[in-house]
Write a protein that binds this ligand. Structure first.
Ligand code: NDP
Length: 328
Protein backbone atom coordinates (compact mmCIF):
# COMPACT_ATOMS: atom_id res chain seq x y z
CA UNK A 1 0.00 0.00 0.00
CA UNK A 2 1.19 3.49 -0.82
CA UNK A 3 2.32 6.03 1.71
CA UNK A 4 1.43 9.69 1.44
CA UNK A 5 2.31 12.95 3.22
CA UNK A 6 0.07 14.02 6.08
CA UNK A 7 0.16 16.10 9.22
CA UNK A 8 -0.37 13.69 12.09
CA UNK A 9 -1.20 14.52 15.70
CA UNK A 10 0.01 11.92 18.19
CA UNK A 11 -0.73 11.90 21.91
CA UNK A 12 1.59 10.70 24.66
CA UNK A 13 1.94 11.28 28.41
CA UNK A 14 3.87 14.45 27.52
CA UNK A 15 0.85 15.82 25.64
CA UNK A 16 -0.02 16.02 21.97
CA UNK A 17 2.40 16.73 19.13
CA UNK A 18 1.73 17.53 15.48
CA UNK A 19 4.28 16.79 12.73
CA UNK A 20 4.50 16.21 9.00
CA UNK A 21 4.80 12.44 8.44
CA UNK A 22 4.39 9.60 5.92
CA UNK A 23 1.01 7.98 6.44
CA UNK A 24 0.11 4.51 5.24
CA UNK A 25 -3.02 4.32 3.11
CA UNK A 26 -4.06 1.11 4.85
CA UNK A 27 -4.45 3.12 8.08
CA UNK A 28 -7.14 5.38 6.61
CA UNK A 29 -10.54 4.94 8.24
CA UNK A 30 -13.60 3.37 6.63
CA UNK A 31 -15.43 5.24 3.90
CA UNK A 32 -16.83 4.57 0.44
CA UNK A 33 -14.99 7.37 -1.38
CA UNK A 34 -11.23 8.03 -1.51
CA UNK A 35 -10.28 11.56 -2.54
CA UNK A 36 -6.96 12.92 -3.74
CA UNK A 37 -6.89 16.11 -1.68
CA UNK A 38 -5.75 19.12 -3.71
CA UNK A 39 -6.49 21.99 -1.34
CA UNK A 40 -7.44 22.43 2.27
CA UNK A 41 -7.52 25.55 4.41
CA UNK A 42 -6.80 26.85 7.88
CA UNK A 43 -9.85 27.46 10.05
CA UNK A 44 -9.89 28.62 13.67
CA UNK A 45 -10.91 25.10 14.73
CA UNK A 46 -7.87 23.66 12.93
CA UNK A 47 -5.73 26.07 14.96
CA UNK A 48 -7.33 24.80 18.17
CA UNK A 49 -6.78 21.17 17.10
CA UNK A 50 -3.13 21.67 16.12
CA UNK A 51 -2.18 23.68 19.20
CA UNK A 52 -4.24 21.50 21.55
CA UNK A 53 -5.82 24.68 23.02
CA UNK A 54 -9.24 22.99 22.99
CA UNK A 55 -10.19 19.30 22.91
CA UNK A 56 -11.11 19.27 19.21
CA UNK A 57 -9.29 15.99 18.45
CA UNK A 58 -11.16 12.98 19.82
CA UNK A 59 -9.04 10.18 18.39
CA UNK A 60 -5.27 9.62 18.12
CA UNK A 61 -3.37 9.44 15.89
CA UNK A 62 -5.36 12.09 14.02
CA UNK A 63 -4.87 13.81 10.70
CA UNK A 64 -6.28 17.28 11.43
CA UNK A 65 -8.03 19.52 8.91
CA UNK A 66 -11.81 19.97 8.85
CA UNK A 67 -12.27 20.62 5.13
CA UNK A 68 -10.86 19.79 1.72
CA UNK A 69 -11.50 19.90 -2.00
CA UNK A 70 -10.10 17.33 -4.41
CA UNK A 71 -10.69 14.64 -7.01
CA UNK A 72 -12.32 11.26 -6.42
CA UNK A 73 -9.76 8.49 -6.81
CA UNK A 74 -11.89 5.47 -5.86
CA UNK A 75 -15.58 5.11 -5.05
CA UNK A 76 -18.19 2.48 -4.26
CA UNK A 77 -20.80 5.19 -3.63
CA UNK A 78 -23.49 5.46 -6.34
CA UNK A 79 -23.27 9.28 -6.58
CA UNK A 80 -19.48 9.50 -6.97
CA UNK A 81 -17.19 8.23 -9.70
CA UNK A 82 -13.47 8.44 -10.34
CA UNK A 83 -12.50 11.92 -11.55
CA UNK A 84 -15.40 13.79 -9.88
CA UNK A 85 -14.47 16.97 -8.04
CA UNK A 86 -15.75 17.17 -4.47
CA UNK A 87 -15.82 19.41 -1.39
CA UNK A 88 -16.00 18.27 2.21
CA UNK A 89 -16.79 20.42 5.25
CA UNK A 90 -16.97 19.07 8.77
CA UNK A 91 -18.85 15.86 9.65
CA UNK A 92 -16.14 15.28 12.27
CA UNK A 93 -13.17 15.15 9.89
CA UNK A 94 -10.09 16.28 11.76
CA UNK A 95 -11.95 15.55 15.02
CA UNK A 96 -13.18 11.94 15.04
CA UNK A 97 -12.45 10.99 11.42
CA UNK A 98 -9.01 11.30 9.74
CA UNK A 99 -8.97 14.71 8.11
CA UNK A 100 -7.82 17.02 5.38
CA UNK A 101 -4.13 17.81 5.90
CA UNK A 102 -3.07 14.84 3.80
CA UNK A 103 -2.65 13.89 0.19
CA UNK A 104 -5.51 11.40 0.55
CA UNK A 105 -8.73 11.19 2.52
CA UNK A 106 -11.31 8.41 2.76
CA UNK A 107 -14.80 9.55 3.73
CA UNK A 108 -18.48 8.77 3.27
CA UNK A 109 -19.81 9.77 -0.13
CA UNK A 110 -22.90 11.13 1.66
CA UNK A 111 -20.70 13.81 3.22
CA UNK A 112 -19.47 15.26 -0.07
CA UNK A 113 -20.78 18.21 -2.06
CA UNK A 114 -20.06 18.54 -5.78
CA UNK A 115 -17.56 21.30 -6.62
CA UNK A 116 -19.54 24.11 -8.32
CA UNK A 117 -18.72 24.25 -12.04
CA UNK A 118 -17.20 27.74 -11.95
CA UNK A 119 -14.89 26.99 -9.00
CA UNK A 120 -11.46 25.42 -8.81
CA UNK A 121 -10.57 23.32 -5.77
CA UNK A 122 -8.44 26.30 -4.71
CA UNK A 123 -11.43 28.69 -4.95
CA UNK A 124 -13.49 26.29 -2.85
CA UNK A 125 -10.88 26.17 -0.11
CA UNK A 126 -10.24 29.92 -0.25
CA UNK A 127 -13.89 29.99 0.83
CA UNK A 128 -13.46 26.95 3.08
CA UNK A 129 -15.56 26.16 6.12
CA UNK A 130 -15.24 29.76 7.29
CA UNK A 131 -16.81 31.08 4.08
CA UNK A 132 -19.45 28.36 3.85
CA UNK A 133 -20.40 29.20 7.45
CA UNK A 134 -20.65 32.91 6.56
CA UNK A 135 -23.08 31.86 3.81
CA UNK A 136 -25.12 29.65 6.19
CA UNK A 137 -25.38 32.67 8.50
CA UNK A 138 -26.43 34.97 5.64
CA UNK A 139 -29.11 32.47 4.57
CA UNK A 140 -30.40 32.31 8.17
CA UNK A 141 -30.72 36.11 8.34
CA UNK A 142 -32.55 36.14 5.01
CA UNK A 143 -34.91 33.35 6.13
CA UNK A 144 -35.65 35.56 9.13
CA UNK A 145 -36.77 38.29 6.73
CA UNK A 146 -33.89 40.73 7.09
CA UNK A 147 -34.32 42.44 3.74
CA UNK A 148 -32.15 45.39 2.70
CA UNK A 149 -34.72 47.98 3.85
CA UNK A 150 -34.52 46.73 7.46
CA UNK A 151 -31.20 48.54 7.96
CA UNK A 152 -27.50 47.85 8.37
CA UNK A 153 -25.99 44.55 9.48
CA UNK A 154 -23.00 44.15 11.79
CA UNK A 155 -20.19 41.60 11.37
CA UNK A 156 -17.84 40.87 14.29
CA UNK A 157 -14.36 39.37 14.03
CA UNK A 158 -14.50 41.09 10.66
CA UNK A 159 -10.84 40.78 9.62
CA UNK A 160 -10.86 37.02 10.33
CA UNK A 161 -11.98 34.26 7.95
CA UNK A 162 -15.72 34.05 8.67
CA UNK A 163 -15.85 37.83 9.10
CA UNK A 164 -14.07 38.71 5.85
CA UNK A 165 -16.30 36.44 3.75
CA UNK A 166 -19.42 37.63 5.61
CA UNK A 167 -18.56 41.29 4.90
CA UNK A 168 -17.97 40.53 1.21
CA UNK A 169 -21.19 38.49 0.79
CA UNK A 170 -23.43 40.96 2.62
CA UNK A 171 -21.98 43.90 0.67
CA UNK A 172 -22.45 41.99 -2.62
CA UNK A 173 -26.11 41.46 -1.70
CA UNK A 174 -26.48 45.21 -1.15
CA UNK A 175 -26.55 45.44 2.65
CA UNK A 176 -24.88 48.28 4.52
CA UNK A 177 -22.22 46.51 6.57
CA UNK A 178 -20.69 47.65 9.86
CA UNK A 179 -17.45 45.71 10.45
CA UNK A 180 -16.22 45.25 14.03
CA UNK A 181 -12.48 44.70 14.34
CA UNK A 182 -9.71 44.90 16.91
CA UNK A 183 -7.27 45.69 14.08
CA UNK A 184 -7.83 49.32 13.03
CA UNK A 185 -4.96 48.93 10.55
CA UNK A 186 -7.27 46.64 8.55
CA UNK A 187 -9.88 49.38 7.98
CA UNK A 188 -8.93 49.86 4.31
CA UNK A 189 -8.91 46.09 3.76
CA UNK A 190 -12.43 45.82 5.23
CA UNK A 191 -13.68 48.81 3.21
CA UNK A 192 -12.27 47.10 0.12
CA UNK A 193 -14.42 44.07 0.93
CA UNK A 194 -17.48 46.33 1.14
CA UNK A 195 -17.75 47.50 4.76
CA UNK A 196 -19.36 50.95 5.01
CA UNK A 197 -18.45 51.53 8.65
CA UNK A 198 -15.58 50.30 10.81
CA UNK A 199 -16.26 49.85 14.53
CA UNK A 200 -13.49 49.38 17.09
CA UNK A 201 -13.90 46.08 18.91
CA UNK A 202 -13.48 47.99 22.22
CA UNK A 203 -16.91 49.61 21.68
CA UNK A 204 -18.49 46.18 22.16
CA UNK A 205 -16.15 44.98 24.90
CA UNK A 206 -17.70 46.67 27.98
CA UNK A 207 -20.37 45.16 30.23
CA UNK A 208 -23.52 44.91 28.06
CA UNK A 209 -26.62 46.91 29.00
CA UNK A 210 -29.85 44.88 28.88
CA UNK A 211 -30.96 47.24 26.09
CA UNK A 212 -28.67 49.77 24.41
CA UNK A 213 -29.27 52.23 21.57
CA UNK A 214 -30.57 50.37 18.49
CA UNK A 215 -27.83 50.37 15.85
CA UNK A 216 -28.42 47.52 13.37
CA UNK A 217 -31.09 45.17 12.07
CA UNK A 218 -28.92 42.19 12.93
CA UNK A 219 -25.64 40.63 12.04
CA UNK A 220 -23.19 37.77 11.94
CA UNK A 221 -21.12 37.12 15.06
CA UNK A 222 -17.90 35.08 15.02
CA UNK A 223 -16.75 36.21 18.50
CA UNK A 224 -19.33 35.25 21.16
CA UNK A 225 -19.03 36.34 24.80
CA UNK A 226 -19.36 40.06 25.69
CA UNK A 227 -19.18 41.04 22.02
CA UNK A 228 -22.26 39.02 21.11
CA UNK A 229 -24.07 40.24 24.24
CA UNK A 230 -23.43 43.86 23.18
CA UNK A 231 -24.46 43.12 19.58
CA UNK A 232 -27.78 41.69 20.85
CA UNK A 233 -28.50 44.67 23.10
CA UNK A 234 -27.88 47.04 20.15
CA UNK A 235 -30.09 45.13 17.68
CA UNK A 236 -33.23 46.89 16.43
CA UNK A 237 -36.74 45.74 17.18
CA UNK A 238 -37.54 42.43 15.40
CA UNK A 239 -33.97 41.88 14.26
CA UNK A 240 -31.81 38.76 14.33
CA UNK A 241 -28.21 37.83 14.97
CA UNK A 242 -26.60 34.69 13.56
CA UNK A 243 -24.10 33.33 16.11
CA UNK A 244 -21.42 31.07 14.70
CA UNK A 245 -18.20 31.60 16.65
CA UNK A 246 -16.38 31.80 19.95
CA UNK A 247 -13.13 33.61 19.09
CA UNK A 248 -13.71 35.91 22.09
CA UNK A 249 -15.05 33.24 24.44
CA UNK A 250 -17.72 30.60 24.81
CA UNK A 251 -19.78 32.44 27.42
CA UNK A 252 -22.70 34.75 26.67
CA UNK A 253 -23.28 37.31 29.45
CA UNK A 254 -26.61 38.62 28.16
CA UNK A 255 -30.10 39.08 29.60
CA UNK A 256 -33.46 38.13 28.15
CA UNK A 257 -34.23 41.84 27.51
CA UNK A 258 -33.38 41.92 23.76
CA UNK A 259 -35.49 38.80 23.20
CA UNK A 260 -38.61 39.68 25.22
CA UNK A 261 -38.65 43.48 24.84
CA UNK A 262 -37.44 43.85 21.25
CA UNK A 263 -38.33 40.47 19.77
CA UNK A 264 -34.71 39.96 18.75
CA UNK A 265 -33.84 36.42 17.64
CA UNK A 266 -30.55 34.61 18.17
CA UNK A 267 -29.97 32.20 15.28
CA UNK A 268 -27.52 29.36 15.90
CA UNK A 269 -25.29 28.37 12.99
CA UNK A 270 -23.59 24.97 12.80
CA UNK A 271 -21.62 24.00 9.73
CA UNK A 272 -20.35 20.60 10.92
CA UNK A 273 -23.55 18.55 10.92
CA UNK A 274 -25.63 20.80 8.66
CA UNK A 275 -27.92 18.72 6.41
CA UNK A 276 -26.72 18.07 2.87
CA UNK A 277 -29.58 20.05 1.27
CA UNK A 278 -28.52 23.19 3.13
CA UNK A 279 -24.85 22.62 2.18
CA UNK A 280 -25.71 22.28 -1.49
CA UNK A 281 -27.74 25.49 -1.35
CA UNK A 282 -24.92 27.33 0.44
CA UNK A 283 -22.28 26.24 -2.12
CA UNK A 284 -24.62 27.15 -5.00
CA UNK A 285 -25.06 30.61 -3.56
CA UNK A 286 -21.33 31.02 -2.94
CA UNK A 287 -20.92 30.73 -6.71
CA UNK A 288 -23.00 33.84 -7.32
CA UNK A 289 -23.05 35.92 -4.13
CA UNK A 290 -19.33 36.20 -3.40
CA UNK A 291 -17.13 38.41 -5.59
CA UNK A 292 -14.12 36.26 -6.63
CA UNK A 293 -11.86 39.32 -6.80
CA UNK A 294 -12.68 40.09 -3.19
CA UNK A 295 -12.08 36.44 -2.35
CA UNK A 296 -8.65 36.66 -3.99
CA UNK A 297 -7.89 39.84 -2.04
CA UNK A 298 -8.55 38.12 1.29
CA UNK A 299 -6.65 34.88 0.51
CA UNK A 300 -3.06 33.83 1.14
CA UNK A 301 -1.57 30.42 0.38
CA UNK A 302 0.69 28.07 2.33
CA UNK A 303 1.88 24.47 1.86
CA UNK A 304 1.24 21.53 4.16
CA UNK A 305 4.36 22.25 6.22
CA UNK A 306 3.25 25.90 6.69
CA UNK A 307 0.16 24.76 8.60
CA UNK A 308 2.17 24.03 11.76
CA UNK A 309 3.52 27.59 11.87
CA UNK A 310 0.18 29.25 11.00
CA UNK A 311 -1.91 27.35 13.58
CA UNK A 312 -0.92 29.37 16.68
CA UNK A 313 -1.31 32.60 14.71
CA UNK A 314 -4.97 31.96 13.85
CA UNK A 315 -5.77 31.13 17.47
CA UNK A 316 -4.09 34.41 18.49
CA UNK A 317 -6.31 36.34 16.04
CA UNK A 318 -3.32 37.31 13.87
CA UNK A 319 -4.44 35.82 10.57
CA UNK A 320 -6.20 38.15 8.14
CA UNK A 321 -8.91 36.73 5.89
CA UNK A 322 -8.48 33.24 4.53
CA UNK A 323 -5.52 30.87 4.25
CA UNK A 324 -5.52 28.18 1.53
CA UNK A 325 -3.37 25.10 2.07
CA UNK A 326 -2.00 23.65 -1.17
CA UNK A 327 -1.55 19.91 -0.80
CA UNK A 328 0.94 17.95 -2.87
P1 NDP B 1 -10.30 33.77 12.56
O1 NDP B 1 -9.25 33.64 13.60
O2 NDP B 1 -9.90 33.89 11.14
O3 NDP B 1 -11.23 35.01 12.92
C1 NDP B 1 -11.63 35.31 14.22
C2 NDP B 1 -11.59 36.81 14.41
O4 NDP B 1 -12.23 37.14 15.64
C3 NDP B 1 -10.20 37.40 14.52
O5 NDP B 1 -9.61 37.61 13.28
C4 NDP B 1 -10.48 38.68 15.24
O6 NDP B 1 -11.01 39.62 14.31
C5 NDP B 1 -11.61 38.29 16.19
N1 NDP B 1 -11.12 37.97 17.54
C6 NDP B 1 -10.16 37.09 17.87
N2 NDP B 1 -9.98 37.06 19.20
C7 NDP B 1 -10.84 37.93 19.71
C8 NDP B 1 -11.14 38.36 21.04
N3 NDP B 1 -10.49 37.86 22.10
N4 NDP B 1 -12.11 39.27 21.21
C9 NDP B 1 -12.78 39.77 20.15
N5 NDP B 1 -12.54 39.43 18.87
C10 NDP B 1 -11.59 38.51 18.66
O7 NDP B 1 -11.27 32.50 12.74
P2 NDP B 1 -12.44 32.00 11.75
O8 NDP B 1 -12.98 33.15 11.03
O9 NDP B 1 -11.96 30.80 11.03
O10 NDP B 1 -13.51 31.51 12.82
C11 NDP B 1 -14.19 32.47 13.62
C12 NDP B 1 -15.03 31.76 14.67
O11 NDP B 1 -16.09 31.06 14.03
C13 NDP B 1 -14.24 30.73 15.48
O12 NDP B 1 -14.69 30.77 16.82
C14 NDP B 1 -14.65 29.42 14.84
O13 NDP B 1 -14.53 28.34 15.72
C15 NDP B 1 -16.09 29.71 14.47
N6 NDP B 1 -16.59 28.86 13.39
C16 NDP B 1 -17.75 28.21 13.62
C17 NDP B 1 -18.32 27.43 12.67
C18 NDP B 1 -19.63 26.82 12.93
O14 NDP B 1 -19.98 25.82 12.31
N7 NDP B 1 -20.42 27.37 13.84
C19 NDP B 1 -17.63 27.18 11.39
C20 NDP B 1 -16.44 28.01 11.19
C21 NDP B 1 -15.94 28.80 12.19
P3 NDP B 1 -10.55 41.18 14.31
O15 NDP B 1 -9.06 41.15 14.31
O16 NDP B 1 -11.16 41.73 13.08
O17 NDP B 1 -11.12 41.76 15.56
Amino acid sequence: MAKFKAIVIEKSDAGQKAALADFDEKDLMDGDVTVRVEHSTLNYKDGLALTGKAPVVRRFPMIPGVDFAGTVEASSHPDWKVGDKAILNGWGTGETHLGAYAEKARVKGDWLVRLPASMSTRDAMAIGTAGYTAMLATMALQRHGLTLDRGPLVVTGAAGGVGSVAVAILAELGYQVAAVTGRPQEADYLKGLGAGEIIDRKELAGPPKPLAKERWAGGIDAVGSTTLANVLSMTRYGGAVAACGLAGGMDLPTSVAPFILRGVCLLGIDSVMAPIKLRREAWKRLETDLDRQKLAAMTTEIGLSGVLEAAPRIVAGQVRGRVVVKIG
